[in-house]
Design a protein around this ligand. Structure first.
Ligand code: SF4
Length: 267
């Protein structure tokens, strides 16, 4: 399931990825801010038509439609404007000009948006496997720079995501002998945050990921066959304030003799 807020991010990412992919493969086609709004409009229409019944991965349901929380016109226009502004801010940035001046060989990775899941994005955190699909990786001399576009506010998890991408880059792009940097571009403000990701940061994030994987595995009765523990091991949240925004709420409505109102309260 997706939501309007997530749609803004995915539409912006798709427009930028198509721009840089065309650059990498020699058919330069500039990012058009209006294209991001078209993508959102199409996703909205597809959710209205409930195409998710046929293929939820390709046409995910939209939270606002699925749970009948349709935003008013002004709010919807706000999402569209945010997407337009994000693409425009990236296009007007010095970073975009720098990337445009690179040769295709200096773009070792562009998010293969729309091409689905592939082995390229899987990396090892023994005994587990994890996934990283950075937006863009560029070469600046001997340096490998991992770029990520952010349509939301700065968040502590952003750095961790880039550190995980650096582990992926060492394994998948053979970047182990090169200096690696993370570059977060915040499209609301145009701010660039750039930082080195050395071996200590990579080892630390590997430990964090392994710990999170182990915590998730602990929710399984049978790890090998991906069988979850019994329902009573997953109690509802004590604080239900978040439940009305939770995409899984429907599953909880019938739990413990409850109903929709008992989980999410008044609409
Ligand atoms: S509705 Fe979501 S947040 Fe609330 S208890 Fe259920 S799963 Fe947890």
């Amino acid at each position: 399931m997706t939501s309007m807020a997530l749609l803004v991010g995915s539409a912006v990412h798709e427009v930028l990825a198509r721009d840089f992919r065309s650059r990498k493969f020699g058919t330069a086609r500039e990012a058009d801010p209006e294209r991001a709004v078209d993508l959102m409009r199409t996703a909205w229409m597809n959710a209205k038509k409930e195409l998710w019944r046929e293929n939820p991965k390709k046409y995910p349901p939209l939270f606002e439609i699925y749970y009948d929380r349709i935003p008013d016109g002004e709010r919807l226009r706000g999402y569209a404007e945010k997407a337009r502004r994000a693409v425009t801010t990236v296009k007007n940035s010095l970073l975009y000009s720098r990337i445009r001046s690179l040769t295709p060989s200096d773009l070792p990775w562009v998010d293969p948006v729309g091409e689905g899941f592939s082995q390229e994005i899987i990396f090892d955190i023994p005994p587990y496997q994890a996934i990283s699909a950075p937006d863009l990786v560029i070469r600046e001399g001997e340096r490998v720079v991992i770029v990520d576009w952010k349509t939301g506010k700065e968040n502590e998890a952003d750095r961790k995501q880039m550190e995980a991408a650096a582990v992926w880059a060492v394994q998948k792009l053979g970047a182990g002998d090169q200096a690696i940097e993370g570059l977060l571009f915040y499209s609301e403000t145009g701010q660039e945050t750039r930082f080195p990701i050395g071996r200590p940061e990579r080892e630390k994030v590997e430990t964090v990921i392994r710990g999170e994987m182990a915590a998730m595995a602990a929710c399984l009765e049978d790890e090998e066959n991906n069988v979850p523990r019994a329902e009573e091991h997953f109690p509802l949240r004590e604080n239900r304030a978040f439940c009305r925004y939770c995409e899984f709420q429907e599953i909880c409505w019938g739990m413990g003799g409850g109903n929709r109102e008992s989980v999410i309260g008044d609409r």
